[in-house]
Design a protein around this ligand. Structure first.
Ligand code: FPP
Length: 235
């Protein structure tokens, strides 16, 4: 891995927690707990090596279909993680941003997310975007609705909707697109993650489950990205 050519923005689909747990005869929730620790390790490492933005898929708009007990375990882990992030905020200097509509979350978690985003807004370390109740299609529908409402109110004209303008209505407004999207767990699909933003991302699929993903795996993913020729439709 070449430290002088790091991607500015890395996105991760943290997949395989359930299978990791099953392989060990543990409940799925133990896999999510191990996954939360991996997230901590990877986020810290990204900050240390100078990655500017890390976006992780913690809970999708489709994950509500899971058994209530698993949903509530993931919400509990998020709360635990964020409380620890509050404790370590001054030391870590990570800026947290949440992508997704937080309205349906348990009220305590929702307020915690808002407080963490507000209180970390001034930090200049890595920006960590945590996607909760996030879906790429949902994000685009919301953007279309907001723009349509602005048109109906006479504030905007339909032809003003350029690619740049539409980007401004997404949760990721103002951020560079991820150069690298990593999916551990062996599956090779996008699962409704950053559909707009990943138009020209390089994908890296790792066979290890997320709880086994390590700094070394991340370096391998970055090295693979650095070895690719990115043409953005040109030659
Ligand atoms: C996908 O694995 C993982 C999730 C749906 C939840 C991810 C949540 C965490 C890592 C914990 C909390 C997050 C943070 C940011 C502290 P899966 O359950 O689909 O695994 P499987 O495909 O093996 O069943």
């Amino acid at each position: 891995m070449d430290f002088s050519r790091l991607p500015r923005h890395i996105a991760v689909i943290m997949d395989g927690n359930g299978r990791w747990a099953k392989a060990r005869g543990l409940p799925r929730t133990a896999g999510h707990a191990a996954g939360a620790e991996t997230f901590r390790t990877i986020a810290t490492y990204c900050r240390e090596i100078g990655i500017e933005y890390l976006t992780v898929y913690a809970f999708s708009t489709e994950n509500w279909k899971r058994p209530a007990q698993e949903v509530s375990a993931i919400m509990g882990l998020l709360k635990k993680y964020l409380l620890e992030a509050v404790r370590d905020m001054e030391k870590e200097k990570v800026r947290f941003v949440f992508f997704g509509d937080l309205t349906p979350l348990p009220p305590e978690l929702r307020e915690l997310c808002r407080a963490v985003q507000r209180d970390s807004a001034g930090f200049e370390g890595c920006q960590v975007n945590i996607c909760i109740n996030y879906g790429g299609r949902d994000e685009l529908v919301r953007a279309a609705q907001i723009f349509a409402a602005e048109c109906a109110a006479g504030k905007r004209e339909p032809e003003e909707l350029t690619e740049k303008a539409l980007s401004g209505y997404l949760w990721s407004t103002g951020l560079p697109d991820p150069e690298l999207v990593i999916r551990p767990g062996g599956e090779k699909r996008i699962s409704n993650f950053l559909l707009w933003q990943s138009a020209y991302s390089e994908f890296y699929f790792a066979d290890v489950n997320w709880p086994d993903f390590s700094k070394e795996e991340l370096r391998r993913a970055i090295a693979a990205y650095q070895s690719r020729s990115r043409r953005f439709g040109g030659i």
